[in-house]
Ligand binder design. Structure first.
Ligand code: NDP
Ligand code: KPL
Length: 309
């Protein structure tokens, strides 16, 4: 049994598994289906650079989560959770609880907000480490992933013993060639990412445009700014996240840097999958309700994106 496993063989899971196994970090990959696990076992993972250039396939030990979720004696001590928040349903959480040994570490890579509470409740004997990443990955098929953008990983850390495994996770990611840092200010990073996702994702999904196209028309920028201002106010009341101007500029930079990419929400809509809207704009609406303030832009976008299904 490996020391670590990645749950979810989509964009992020394939990228992590490829880079870790390429440098000899002992790490299994747990899929949803037996078919994908068999394919990965036979073909390995093909990693494409953003330029399209691809490396030799990287061998990986893959199995379906249901096979892996046996009683936890000797189970991997670290689970990188690379599924969307939409997957965090009771049956899945029960499988995870069976797969992770008591005291094991769950590395939560999800965008959005709400998952940490769900995981902590469902896995009370595990340590859930929040990780915020600005890496970009795109699943091409069941065994191929494109590394669409280089970013970094902020690995949640606390001054107390709460996130004991943070330094180990940081080391594993750096060993795999990523840029990772264990940091106390992970919550600020999580909120800043939530702000970017709350502005870029629903609008690109609704208008069917790539990230860079958001900045190509004044009327689109006006809508973006209105959504940004409302969301910034709500998040800033929840947790100090920085200056409004600087955060708006950071969103413009993300759109420019990922100009040709489709946001994850647009990809989900195009593929007919559930989106993470409930955990992005929906989460902002819930925060606003707790604060007793209105959130008309977030309410409308959450409803409009849900109605695309
Ligand atoms: N991709 C990116 O660039 C980034 C992603 N993130 C975040 O990382 C998380 C994962 O995103 P991403 O990899 O893009 O998503 P994908 O949709 O590409 O991958 C999710 C994977 O989870 C698998 N899955 C779903 N349910 C289960 C289950 N019950 N058991 C095992 N596996 C399951 C899916 O399997 P199947 O395909 O068989 O349904 C799929 O392979 C999201 O929260 C996202 O917001 C954060 C930053 C960047
Ligand atoms: C930052 C952004 C918008 C990049 O596409 C993203 O995280 C996503 O698509 O979910």
């Amino acid at each position: 049994m490996a020391n670590a496993a990645i749950v979810g063989a989509g964009a992020m899971g394939l990228l992590l598994a490829a880079k870790m196994n390429a440098v000899g970090v002992d790490c299994e990959l747990w899929t949803r289906t037996v078919e994908q696990a068999e394919m990965l076992g036979k073909e390995g993972i093909t990693l494409q650079r953003s330029t399209g250039e691809q490396q030799e396939p990287i061998a990986v030990k893959a199995m379906a989560l249901e096979e892996a979720a046996t009683p936890p004696e000797g189970g991997p001590g670290i689970l990188f959770l690379a599924v969307k928040q939409t997957a965090l349903k009771p049956d899945f959480l029960a499988s995870l609880a069976r797969a992770v040994p008591s005291g094991g570490t769950i590395v939560a890579l999800q965008n959005g907000y709400g998952h940490l509470e769900v995981l902590a409740k469902a896995l009370p004997n595990s340590v859930v480490i929040p990780v915020v990443t600005t890496e970009g990955a795109l699943r091409i098929d069941g065994t191929t992933v494109k590394h669409t953008g280089r970013g970094d990983f902020k690995v949640g850390k606390s001054d107390g013993p709460r996130y004991d495994g943070s330094n180990q996770v940081e080391r594993m990611l750096n060993q795999a060639g990523f840029s990772a840092i264990a940091s106390n200010d992970w919550e600020e990073a999580l909120m800043r990412k939530l702000l970017a996702n709350a502005v870029i994702n629903p609008l690109t999904a609704l208008w069917g445009v790539r990230n860079g196209q958001l900045l190509e028309s004044e009327p689109k920028i006006d809508v973006m700014k209105a959504l940004f201002r409302e969301t910034f106010g709500i998040l800033q009341r929840h947790k100090e996240i920085g200056e409004e101007d600087e955060l708006w500029e950071s969103i413009e930079r993300i759109c420019a840097a990922s100009a040709v990419n489709r946001s994850s929400m647009l990809q989900d809509v195009l593929a007919g999958r559930d989106t993470e809207i409930d955990f992005i704009n929906g989460a902002v609406c819930r925060m606003a309700a707790e604060q007793g303030v209105p959130s008309p832009w977030n309410d409308s976008l959450a409803a409009l994106v849900k109605a695309m299904r």
